[in-house]
Design a protein around this ligand. Sequence first.
Ligand SMILES: Nc1ncnc2c1ncn2[C@@H]1O[C@H](COP(=O)(O)OP(=O)(O)OP(=O)(O)O)[C@@H](O)[C@H]1O
Ligand SMILES: [Mg+2]
Length: 244
Amino acid sequence: MSAKVIMVASGKGGTGKSTLSVLVGGRLAAAGQRVLLVELDSGLRSVDIIAGVYGKTVYDIEDVLCGRCPGDKAVVESPVYPGLSVISAPYEGGQVPAKALSRLIQAMRPGFDFILLDTAAGMGAPFTAAVPLANLALLVLTPDPVALRDGRIVADAILQKNGPTPRLIVNRIPASGFANTGVRDLDECIDTVCVQLIGAVPDSPLIARAAVSGQALAPGSTAFQAVDNIAARILGGMPPLALR
Ligand SMILES: Nc1ncnc2c1ncn2[C@@H]1O[C@H](COP(=O)(O)OP(=O)(O)OP(=O)(O)O)[C@@H](O)[C@H]1O
Ligand SMILES: [Mg+2]
């Protein structure tokens, strides 16, 4: 078996790529999948805190891609999400050479069911290196005109490079609805980006807390269900796309 590679991308920054990479990866792992999350956002490390591996990492992705250590030495198991392994980005600097990343992913593929590549915002080196490796691209966008327009540009770039099928996650939908977002509804998000929806996630204090505390989302909440449904869809299920 060889891992399915999923890249997580956006045009605009801060849309929730790293948060959802960890949370969706955690749910895939809870479903019995062996999951590796590689953080490619060099210099803006955050996955270590969200996944609870802060202080446990010795080597990072830059060490691996520069040849300072083999890939498996940089892998740390999340104590928060059993079955989710993480390779963190460096605290600062760092390059993402496409050939070195490709070698790493080929070496790691047999040991995992899913490899998530958390890319940086926009279409820089992490994005360019991830596109030819990925079997699926998750576009994590917030419901605002700028994020959606930039998301469309990223989706087009993926297709132009003969990359993977992009699927849309609309993240941080306000509890009060779309009234103050500058976007009419979920349909307008889909129409603007021209990409099929795979999930709609509420703006939730539970998710915000999970992202800073290294604590898993409690089952039973709408936020948990939205994330779990994305993992279920990745696994081929057909749970509801949007929750009320
Ligand atoms: N559904 C949500 N509800 C509430 N807060 C959220 C949600 N998703 C993400 N956030 C918060 O949004 C902020 C940005 O999230 P995150 O760092 O995951 O974004 P990113 O796309 O990875 O950013 P970057 O482009 O800098 O890599 C964080 O403070 C996170 O806690
Ligand atoms: Mg990030």
